[in-house]
Write a protein that binds this ligand. Structure first.
Ligand SMILES: Nc1ncnc2c1ncn2[C@@H]1O[C@H](COP(=O)(O)OP(=O)(O)OP(=O)(O)O)[C@@H](O)[C@H]1O
Ligand SMILES: [Mg+2]
Length: 262
């Protein structure tokens, strides 16, 4: 199962991605969490401190790896390179274990007029495509804010795209933009998670604005979650109510996945 988490800036994509990754890892699944945001910070949401996080080298900066797999140096526009580099061992060799979750920091998929043809993009695209091998494996991808990256093909081959919104029309507008774009790209399984919800009434209000979307659930606003960002602890265990909300979202994902299989 491959899940991408998208949405407007600051809505809680990284928070949700980290908590889902931890949830599935605790349940015993093999989990690969991919930080696909160039401004990477999934590591800290998974509980790594600043020093440990700063040691992580994004894949697109690993020049030797890129050259070894594609036959060309990073940035080698126009150079001859393999379009089908070997990627099946990358999460094992280049990921780091964070509390049972295998974390991969992807780096920057560059925008480019000519269909992003450079060795590092080819490697990443192929990696995103072939990350899942076994049926019980879960891949959670924390995406860059906004919709631009969708045009670069980062969410192709995902089983599910979750758009996170917060109470407010700006993030809802982004959700509609993501929906439009993902329909153009043929992504069918699109869901909303409403974050930073302060009351049932607020959740109901937000839902009214989301005509045509399937709502997976909500995550309550939590002071503890907010504090976790400053305190370098993972938001996932910060607060029992929040943890329960994540569990309910994951259970809905499981029901959906089972339905798809039948
Ligand atoms: N339910 C919540 N309650 C309180 N604060 C929250 C909640 N969810 C997220 N936050 C806080 O909101 C901020 C943004 O969250 P997060 O980094 O997960 O968002 P993001 O969508 O990944 O942002 P970016 O677009 O920058 O990648 C963080 O400080 C986080 O701790
Ligand atoms: Mg983020």
């Amino acid at each position: 199962m491959k899940i991408a988490v998208s949405g407007k800036g600051g809505v809680g994509k990284t928070t949700l991605a980290a908590c889902l990754a931890k949830y599935y890892a605790q349940k015993g699944s093999k989990v690969i969490a991919v930080d696909a945001d160039p401004d990477a910070n999934l590591a800290s949401a998974l509980g790594l401190d600043m020093e440990e996080s700063s040691d992580l080298v994004p894949l697109t900066d690993q020049k030797e790896l890129i050259e070894e797999r594609t036959g060309a140096k990073p940035g080698g526009y126009g150079a001859y390179f393999k379009l089908n580099p070997k990627v099946d061992d990358i999460s094992q060799k280049f990921g780091v274990d964070v509390g049972g979750v295998r974390l991969l920091v992807a780096g920057t998929v560059k925008a480019g007029g000519s269909g992003c043809y450079c060795p590092e993009n080819v490697l990443l695209k192929r990696l995103f495509k072939y990350l899942v091998v076994d049926t019980d494996e879960v891949v959670i991808m924390d995406m860059e804010a906004g919709i631009e990256h969708l045009g670069r093909g980062t969410c192709e081959n995902m089983d599910m795209l979750i758009i996170v919104i917060e109470p407010g029309m700006r993030s809802v507008q982004t959700a509609f933009a993501v929906k439009k774009m993902s329909e153009d790209l043929g992504i069918k399984s699109l869901f909303i998670v409403a974050n930073k919800i302060k009351s049932t009434k607020e959740f109901e209000e937000v839902k009214k604005r989301l005509t045509g979307f399937s709502i997976l659930g909500q995550m309550p606003y939590s002071e503890k979650v907010r504090e976790s960002d400053l305190g370098f602890f993972s938001p996932c265990e910060a607060d029992e109510k929040f943890k329960k909300a994540i569990m309910e979202i994951a259970e809905k994902i499981d029901v959906y996945t089972l339905d798809q299989k039948e």
